[in-house]
Design a binder for this molecule. Structure first.
Ligand code: CU
Length: 336
């Protein structure tokens, strides 16, 4: 038992450190809104700690003061009553000042969160049980494209996320970049995000949305504008044609099975919309909303039995022969 506790200490230390800065933490701010929220958090925590300490000191003093015996007549000392009323008025005034101060600073911090400019990039994100559909818009509809669970943004530029839930309420949260915003069916919301530093930021659904809520993560990849443009240009392309006979067989199997009814692969007959767009699935870092790194092996495992890997998710198990499974996973892994 003791050894187990000792073994889990490094993990615990990592958790604490992550809370203080590092992996997915609002205190590790790299976005304009996250930075202003962090200032607000620090201000409120420091002021409230001081207030708490003052209250505790007053309480301890009051408790440890010697009291007159109960039977003694109440002796009204006019000077003491005056001092007490001055003290209580000062405490009330201090409370009003502190709360008004918080209200004003929160107001200005909130105003800074929704900056908008003509140069903004608009990205539409829909929350579904239990993955994220991400749509980018080009100058013409032919230049639109979609991806899933991975959002690329240019660093230093304001991005306006249009958020909507497609089934139940979800919440979009990338702690290092901005605050939370709900995705509500039938009520579009907006969230402005500006990454100040290039990096990969993990995000997470922050509103309980059913069985696999904990497995509804995503990544925001903030990169220089030129890298972003290159990525967007690549994503706009239709899917790569199979390069060898195995991938060609995989494409055949994919198109002839129910897969194509739920998934789109642009440039093929697969135009389903109830599952993630797979046009460039091989280029994404993870599958199943952050659950597994994208490798041919994880793709095969997922397709073979999605319900064991992510119980309750909306992809049914489709029976494939051994060869079909191998070729379909080869085909999808090749869709860079
Ligand atoms: Cu959720």
């Amino acid at each position: 038992m003791r050894r187990e506790i000792r073994r889990s200490l490094p993990g615990l230390a990592c958790l604490l450190l992550a809370g203080c800065g590092g992996w997915q933490s609002a205190m590790d701010a790299h976005g304009t809104s996250a930075a202003s929220l962090k200032q607000l958090i620090i201000l409120i925590v420091v002021v409230c700690s001081v207030v708490w300490m003052l209250v505790m000191i007053a309480l301890i003093r009051a408790l440890s003061r010697e009291r007159a015996p109960r039977t003694a007549p109440v002796d009204v000392d006019a000077e003491r009553v005056r001092r007490m009323s001055v003290f209580i008025s000062a405490a009330v005034a201090a409370t009003v000042i502190v709360i008004s101060g918080f209200t004003v600073t929160s107001f200005f911090a909130t105003r800074r969160l929704s900056v908008a400019g003509p140069d903004d990039l608009t990205v539409k994100v829909s929350g579904l049980q239990w993955w994220w559909n991400v749509q980018y818009f080009g100058a013409t509809p032919a230049e639109n494209f979609q991806t899933a669970n991975e959002i690329h943004i240019p660093v230093g530029r304001n991005v306006r996320f249009q958020l909507e839930g497609d089934d139940v309420i979800h919440s979009f949260w990338v702690p290092s970049l901005a605050g939370k915003q709900d995705l509500i069916p039938g009520r579009p919301n907006e969230l402005s995000v500006r990454a100040e530093r290039a990096g990969i930021y993990r995000g997470q659904c922050a509103e309980f949305c059913g069985m696999q809520h904990a497995h509804m993560a995503f990544f925001v990849i903030a990169e220089p504008q030129a890298d972003f443009d290159r990525w967007a240009e690549m994503q706009r392309q239709p899917a790569a044609q199979p390069a060898d006979s195995e991938a060609a067989a995989g494409q055949q199997a994919f198109l002839s099975k129910p897969c194509a009814a739920c998934h789109s692969v642009r440039g093929t007959a697969a135009t389903g919309t109830s599952g993630p767009d797979l046009t460039h699935v091989g280029s994404r870092k993870t599958i199943a909303a952050g659950l597994f790194d994208t490798t041919r092996g994880s793709l095969a495992a997922w397709i073979a039995d999605p319900q064991t890997l992510k119980p309750g998710n909306n992809m049914p198990m489709v029976t494939l022969s051994r060869d079909e499974l191998l070729s379909v996973s080869a085909y999808l892994a090749s869709l860079k």
